[in-house]
Design a protein around this ligand. Sequence first.
Ligand code: NDP
Ligand code: 8X3
Length: 257
Amino acid sequence: LSRLLGKNVLITGASSGIGEACAYQFAAAGANVILTARRKDKLAEVQQKIHSTWPSVQVHTASLDVQSSQAVDQAISNIPETLSSIDILVNNAGLAVGVDHVSDVPDSVIDAMIDTNVKGLLYVTRAVVRGMKARGSGHVIMMGSIAGMAGYQGGSVYCATKSAVHAISEALRAETIGVPIRVTDIRPGMVETEFSVVRFGGDRDRAGEVYRGIEPMTAGDVAESVVFAASRHPRCVVADVVLLASGQASATLAHRR
Ligand code: NDP
Ligand code: 8X3
């Protein structure tokens, strides 16, 4: 963990769930954090918590919707100079919307997931990797999913986006082999965050059903793997991590008590 001391870490989707947990765990390891998401008020709460717990850690927050390539470029170029050399990028912003079958899925739902999980991730990666290439080092950590390993009913678009995240990780790793830039794809299964509440349009009862009779992972469990990958010796790449809740064997096979 001492390898993270003073590193600059950019986290997208840091206003809740896994991104927020990553912010705390990187701060606890002495890394400076650049926190982005659309909800400025939630980012301010995370910043405040970090300031009061780890006062020596530098925190910069920026309201950012990753769906806009212009906004992404602007947010990256507005990072204060002391933090602008990004050592680690955690590409975490993402969402699932609904469980529509292919025959019924509306344009807006297709666009929301592809524009955020795929295009947004590419915009942020492009902007940050340019600097990493120029400096000759860096680590890009993607928040993939086991949903990218097999399609399930009602998951066509979401699963496609996470499959794309895996493909982008492999391509980026191949492209940056000589820099060297490290690339990690973290592929969690069931994690209880705001994910299912967002997926079901704010319906907390329906979201709760997803985790009924099973103990899901926490955001902190996933953040531990992110921090583990980020803190290996530079000669070592944690390329792929598949994390499942212990009562789950795949995205569709779970043991419910
Ligand atoms: P949360 O809903 O708790 O967090 C999602 C984060 O993404 C929020 O901070 C949200 O911030 C941000 N976000 C969403 N859309 C945008 C956007 N357009 N621009 C910028 N930020 C955005 O869910 P999780 O923490 O669970 O999700 C984090 C990642 O983990 C996602 O990529 C998800 O697909 C992945 N994942 C989740 C799993 C789970 O079971 N929970 C399992 C496997 C992967 P804001 O709304 O403020 O913009
Ligand atoms: C979220 C995991 O299985 O709900 O990425 O699609 S799953």
